[in-house]
Design a binder for this molecule. Structure first.
Ligand code: HEC
Ligand code: HEC
Length: 289
């Protein structure tokens, strides 16, 4: 088939399709119509083929299992390690901002109290779907009592859920925590009282499934660079960088992102991300006023 470069080529193409009858002027309105219909049918057939290929791909991959290594992390019962975990979980790593179960507990966490991290908060990302934060207490049926230390560590390092499915990288930027900090966090969670709180499964819309199949933030991380050693508790740039990027996620909230793919669309730390306000208690209306 000739390649098309301009209008003249286009005319040549029509002529080729019509066996020269177009240029000879012997082409009737009927045959022009016939070629148009034939062209439209070819385009429609191509769309069906491409569309079904995408549909099959999405169906097979949106909720697939991933092979990611289980980190060799083992929780400790050493009170010193647990205290370090408490500082991280309740302080800069702000797990309670998302893993409390209701607004009252979240407000308590903001006031420096330690409510249970029993999860279940809904994160709505229209038009993609809803993701629920999970129960981080050691309950054996609804919490992390079901999981090995390696499964919890793999979630934080690789963004792969305990069941092997991909999570959302941006929610938890803890991939590069030092081994000792990761151990401390898991040790602290294991030492908490268990709270039974079943959390609903995440729900993805059709658009959500398509995005999940293709957008890298919905897939496991493919490289991580854990810091070799926790920066010393001192006012140094090294420690500040570790907090701002790896522990406290200042960069996550202070960078503007595309609402569908979540890819960064502004320079890191340059702000502009829109945040939903924390939900407020329902307002009651007084009658007669
Ligand atoms: C910005 C909100 C946010 C913060 C902060 C956060 N999480 Fe999460 N976490 C989530 C959401 C949402 C999920 C569910 C993800 C999913 O289903 O793909 C989750 C899932 C998890 C899971 C998987 C549990 C399971 O049953 O599947 C673990 C483990 C976890 N978080 C631990 C932590 C720890 C530890 C911290 C603090 C160091 C933390 N998270 C901070 C939102 C958050
Ligand atoms: C969960 C999202 C989130 C995280 C994590 C976060 N911030 Fe913020 N930050 C915000 C929002 C939203 C505002 C704006 C608050 C307002 O206007 O009331 C803000 C405001 C600020 C301001 C005030 C700036 C101004 O011009 O008024 C500073 C400073 C700041 N953040 C620093 C930090 C640092 C440092 C970290 C990490 C240790 C951090 N933030 C982590 C969401 C976040």
């Amino acid at each position: 088939m000739p390649r098309l470069r301009g209008f003249r080529d286009f005319v040549a193409f029509i002529d080729w399709v019509s066996d020269g009858r177009y240029l000879r002027g012997s082409m009737s309105a009927m045959s022009v119509w016939k070629y148009f219909v034939r062209g439209a049918a070819i385009v429609a057939a191509l769309l069906v083929v491409v569309g079904s290929a995408i549909a099959v791909h999405v169906f097979r991959t949106w909720d697939r299992h991933w092979d990611a290594p289980l980190p060799a992390i083992h929780a400790s019962a050493d009170p010193e390690v647990i205290r370090r975990g408490e500082y991280l979980v309740r302080g800069p790593a702000h797990c309670a901002a998302c893993h409390t179960s209701n607004d009252r507990d979240r407000a308590a966490a903001d006031n420096g109290e330690f409510p249970p991290l029993s999860g279940g908060r809904a994160f709505r990302a229209d038009p993609l779907g809803v993701i629920y934060s999970k129960n981080l207490t050691p309950d054996p049926e609804t919490g992390i009592g079901r999981y090995s230390d390696g499964q919890i560590a793999r979630m934080l390092r690789w963004s792969v859920r305990p069941d092997g499915k991909a999570s959302v990288q941006l929610l938890m930027p803890f991939a590069n925590l030092s081994e000792s900090d990761l151990t401390a966090i898991i040790s602290y969670l294991r030492a908490q009282p268990a709270v039974r709180n079943p959390v609903p499964e995440n729900q993805f819309t059709l658009i959500g499934k398509v995005v999940k199949s293709f957008a890298p933030v919905f897939q496991p991380r493919n490289t991580i660079e854990p810091v070799a050693r926790t920066p010393e508790m001192a006012p140094t740039v090294e420690r500040g960088k570790y907090l701002a990027r790896t522990v406290a996620n200042c960069v996550g909230c202070h960078t503007k992102r595309d609402p569908i793919s979540f890819a960064a669309v502004s320079a890191e730390f340059s702000g502009g991300a829109e945040m939903e306000p924390a939900s407020r208690p329902a307002r009651t209306r007084r009658s007669g006023s």
